[in-house]
Each structure stands twice: as C-alpha cells, then as structure tokens.
Write a protein that binds this ligand. Structure first.
Ligand SMILES: NC(=O)c1ccc[n+]([C@@H]2O[C@H](COP(=O)([O-])OP(=O)(O)OC[C@H]3O[C@@H](n4cnc5c(N)ncnc54)[C@H](OP(=O)(O)O)[C@@H]3O)[C@@H](O)[C@H]2O)c1
Length: 268
C-alpha cells in the first residue's frame, strides 16, 4: 500500500466496511483508513480479515476486524453495533458482499433465487435498517451509505442472471432511500464496477472460458479489448471513488449509482 499522498479527509470519521477481507471491499477499507478514518472490517473469514487489518495498521491506519456473514441478520446487526462500540460512532457504511451464484435462468431453482436474494438485496436492506438509527448525521455533516453493485445495473451480463436481477433492484431501492433518508442527512449511493482484478473476476472469466471452450487468458483478453481503457481496473481505483462518495466532500450526491468501468458499458 502506498498512500502517502492521500489527504486525511476522513480524519475523525468511523466507517463500517462489509465484505472487507479481500478484493474491492478491502481496497475501500484501505483507502478510507489511509485518509484517516477508523474502519471496522467485517466478513466471514477471520484469517483474511486479520491480514487486511494488519496491512492497514502497518501503513499507519486504524482498523479492527469483526467476523460476520452477510446472509445472517444477527451478524449484520452485530457488525453495526461493533463499529459503534469499538470506535464510538458511525459516519459511513460500505455495503459489500460476495457476488451471487452464476447460472442461466433455466439452471436456477427457487432455493438459488432465495439464497441469492438473502446474499444481495436482503443483506443490503438489513444493513441499512441496522445502520440508520446509529449513523451520526447533521445538516453540515451528512452520513453516507454506499453499496458496491455491478455494471449489471445498466447492462445484463451473460450467465449472471441473479446479479442482473438483484443489483438493479438495489439501485432502485437506493433512489427511494435517498428520498426517505435525505431529511435525516443520510446520503445513499451505489458504485457499479465493470471489471476489476479480484478473485471474483477470475471466477467469472473461468466460467466464461468453460462455457465457450476457450482459455481463461483468451476470455480475459477479449474482455479487455471491449474496455475503452484497455485493461481491468485496479481495486484502489474503485476505492478512491468510494472514498469520495462516502466522505465529507460528498454533501449533495445521493440516490445515484455510478459506473466505474473504464468505459465498458455503452448505454446510459
Ligand atoms: N471485481 C469485479 O470486477 C466486480 C465487478 C462487478 C461486481 N462485482 C461485485 O463486487 C463485489 C465484491 O467483489 P470482489 O471482486 O471484490 O470479490 P472478492 O474478491 O471475491 O471479495 C468478496 C468479499 O466479500 C466477502 N464475502 C463473501 N460472501 C460473504 C458473506 N456471505 N458475508 C460476508 N462477507 C462475504 C469475502 O470475504 P469472506 O470470504 O471473508 O467472507 C470477500 O472479502 C461482489 O459482489 C462482486 O460480485 C465485482
């Protein structure tokens, strides 16, 4: 991590980051901590969480770990409470968790759909419901909720049927939440990544390669060729956008879902 040039614009703030032990969630946690926030990192795997916290502390940041499964309401509520207990307040929440199971429409059962909903839409609903009563917000100092979604909010992705369904549902809910929570000075937004180098994207590329009888490298090269910037994103590039949307500089953007995709999606 090299964050020496980041401003301390999150100093004095407390953030909860879920799905924080690797990939995009971890990158957001690192960015917030580098900018001075105290960050509670929550996800299931204690070893990965400990490594992420150690990296933040080694870089001079303030962080703690909390084991939580985002498919369980009690764990979500406990994570929110733990952030307040550990750091004394809560100013911002990054909602993130693993992507739903891949699969075509005809391959998915009712159980798959219910599990996928628990892991995405319902997890977001539960996180917002738990956080709203404790978020520290005032007219000149709004609180922030940000969800990591997917470019599937704008354009469906082959074989990601549940992502194509539940992520746009969350984006729609974000617009409604912005209206209901605006008077409480809580700003709610989403970020929609295109392709970033993480474990999840390796899984998606492997799936595309297997379905099409090509190698993973070929699948990735094809995708990179479709991205105007010609490469997958680096997790920190999403972290910086999140740090703005979740930070004190953002006093007037709410209800939006912002694509961070190197230009991949062509639609509005
Ligand atoms: N990378 C991309 O280009 C891309 C593009 C579009 C959308 N997305 C979406 O962005 C999100 C993050 O993706 P990523 O690429 O960073 O994936 P990743 O590297 O696989 O990381 C996923 C994170 O979520 C945590 N997690 C998974 N299931 C969880 C659960 N039930 N409860 C709590 N934490 C859970 C994992 O930690 P534990 O194992 O410790 O629980 C891990 O920290 C995913 O929803 C993904 O579908 C990613």
């Amino acid at each position: 991590m090299s964050h020496s040039t980041s401003a301390q614009d999150h100093a004095g703030r407390v953030a909860l980051v879920t799905g924080a032990s690797s990939g995009l969630g971890r990158a957001v946690a690192e960015e917030l901590a580098a900018r001075g926030a105290s960050v509670l990192l929550a996800s299931r795997n204690r070893e990965k969480l400990a490594a992420a916290v150690a990296a933040i502390e080694a870089a001079g940041g303030r962080a703690a770990a909390f084991a939580a499964d985002m498919t369980r309401r009690a764990d979500i509520e406990a994570a929110v409470a733990a952030a307040v207990e550990r750091f004394g307040a809560l100013d911002a929440v990054l909602f993130n968790t693993g992507g739903p199971k891949l699969g075509s429409f005809l391959s998915l059962t009712d159980e798959d759909w219910l599990e996928g909903m628990d892991a995405t839409l319902l997890a977001f609903i539960r996180t917002v419901r738990a956080a709203v009563p404790v978020l520290r917000a005032a007219p000149d100092r709004p609180a922030h909720i940000l969800a990591i979604l997917s470019s599937s909010v704008k354009e469906g992705i082959d074989n990601l049927t549940m992502s194509n369904t539940y992520r746009p549902a969350i984006a729609a809910l974000i617009r409604t939440l912005a209206r209901e929570l605006g008077p409480r000075h809580i700003l709610v937004n989403g970020v929609a990544p295109g392709r970033f180098m993480t474990e999840r994207v390796v899984e998606v590329d492997r799936d595309a390669a297997a379905r099409r009888g090509i190698t993973e490298e070929e699948a990735r090269a094809e995708m990179e060729a479709r991205i105007p910037l010609g490469r997958y994103g680096r997790p920190r590039e999403l972290g910086r956008v999140a740090a703005f949307l979740m930070g004190p500089e953002n006093t007037y953007v709410t209800g939006q879902t912002l694509l961070v995709d190197g230009g991949l999606v062509r639609g509005l």
